[in-house]
Design a protein around this ligand. Sequence first.
Ligand code: PEP
Ligand code: MG
Length: 764
Amino acid sequence: MIARPNDPRPLPSETSLRVIMRGLREIMSEGGEGQEKLDRIVRQIAGVMVADVCSIYLKRQDGSLELFATEGLNPSAVHNTRMKRGEGLVGRCSELGVTVNEPEASSHPAFSYRPETSEEIYHSLLAVPISRSGKVLGVLVIQNRMSKEYSDEDVEVLQATAMVVAENLASGAVAGTVAALEGSLLQPMIIEGEPLSEGIALGHVVLHEPRIVVTHLLSDNPVAEMERLEQALTKLQVNIDEMFEHEHMSAVGEHRDVLEAYRMFAHDKGWHRRLREAVEGGLTAEAAVERVQNAMRTRMLKQHDNYWKERQRDLDDLSDRLLRVLAGRLKSSEDSSGLPAEVILVARTMGPAELLDYDRNRLRGLIVEDGSSQSHVAVVAKALGIAAIGQAAGIVDRVTAGDAAIVDAVTGEVHLRPTNEVIAAYSDKVRFRARKQKRYQSLRGRPAITKDGIRIALLMNAGLLVDMSHLIESGADGVGLYRTELQFMLSDAFPRLDRQTQLYRSVIEEAQGKTVVFRSLDIGGDKVLPYLRQPKEENPALGWRAIRMSLDRPELFRLQIRALLKAAAGRELRVMIPMVSASYELGAIRALIEREKTFLTTHGHQLPSNILVGAMFEVPALLFDLDAFLTRVDFVSIGSNDLMQFMFAADRTNARVASRFDVLTAPPLRALRMLIKAAKKHKVPLTLCGEMAGSPIEAMTLIALGLRSLSMAPASIGPIKTMILSLDAEKATAYLEDLLKEDVKDIRMSLQQFAETEGVAIDG
Ligand code: PEP
Ligand code: MG
């Protein structure tokens, strides 16, 4: 086309490229919303390239293309016109990453006409992919009324322009309006979730296989279809049985219970019957799976608790697996073809068995949109030792398979498409953690003794059998808190006597002679057991929980005590009662324990060689009844998490208030000092097993207050031991006493200064 003498638009040439580049630079450097910038870009390109139409389509997560800006097409089509993956000439350009140059676009067999765009009047079309680092982000298109093949020069100009547009999209310069496309824009992004299984992992995203879409609904031959279904069900069961042979799953533990429940579901006669009925009714096997899943899900959705959520995940997992069997696409964990060397698995939701489908040697991290720390998949991730994060809202829509990702399952952050700096920082972190871990391991056999010769007992907290392996790894002196309720929360039904006995026996055996303190059921409040009817409460933390339930519904408590007594036959048993609020409650508890002892002896069972009954110190009222309380217990453990929430009247689960008050201030420290002194006077062994024990500066303060035993998460043992080895406890005591006497404003800061000048290792 020839430009008329007065036409300000130059020919598409070297000059036009320069004009476009200058224009783009101006548009990008000026302020304004992303949409406005895109609108100006298309207007400018159309002008300079003498095109009747210029449009930008951007790729969505599912591969479809959305019209984001246009000059020349009907403006109302913007954000309304979407082309499916590969649809039309624009879709071809995006899918194949190729330039399309068509003089008669509308007569091309791949052309897809969209009436809302009013593009029927345009004949020629030039489409180039907007791509960066080999990844197509969208398509830049020009169209003309006249039928023509665009020149090589036009193609080059448009390609060069598309490259610049891609850079600007990827750098976030026009990100404001393209929120919907965030994920496909290659930008770095942080998504916050909740750690499910501790660790840090770097790798590349593998999207958990999306569900197989059922397209064929009605069967022509119900008999053959039934045969397919039966074969698939058999294959499914074999596949699940094999899962139990998985090297990481063969040991006893909760992860096995979780899989056992899943296996029972797979064998469930009701499920099989419904599937058969659906096939008899004329559906294909695949459609039957879907129909039954929908029907069962509808019923399950009416239940709101965790138990049903987990059952629903099991059902979804099983249905997907059965569909894959039917489609001949069932993977085995040995089949790692096509997987990156370091896999970060991303899923909307995931059942426990699905995780085992992936090659453990490549699996580094897991991110799920809806998993909670008590979900079954979290238990399996822990058993496999994979860094995992749950509650990562919207992540599936924001990633593309192959994206680099970092799972920080310490803070709960997911870094998507991290910059090189972030990758370098995390690689350092991983190396540093490994080095530190090595150093801690070298301290494993060394007792925690302060510089002035005071021995501190370092115990660990546990709640699942899988945690017990940490006892040896961390070098802890024993288990200071075994939270028995976690097992109950993962089960389908109240664990029976034998099951409980077996579990407690395994725990004692895995402790290899080290002490274990079993805490009796701390349920109620927010820790609900789906199979136990509990009234809804306004203030669950202050409600019918722990010992209160044990006293009111003694049959559950007695069953647990019986299991513990049997499990510890011939050995020492330590039982600890949570949430004691008044000293007299302990008399009632002891009476229940005595009753179980009598029962077992009359039935010829051997009792433990020694039974110690302790209490958790979590309710501030006891501070004013210390003598009576301490004469009724064999040992005490301070539950500082609860004690502090009650002391400050600040809900520990409410992020707004949870960390509002500092435990390193005079009131709580004076309270702790009072308790420590009284316990010493009564010669009652005292430990602290809340979060405070695992934080170096807080642990230092507790030792300064006179505490000689601490129980914490296994990962904290190394850092706390390092701190103790560098501490002069007497000096710290004298220093803290002065701080408390002098009413110092910022005790935490003063203690930090003390640690710094005295060379106490509080940095973890
Ligand atoms: C505590 O309250 O400090 C404690 C250790 O118990 P839990 O965190 O299980 O309530
Ligand atoms: Mg507690």
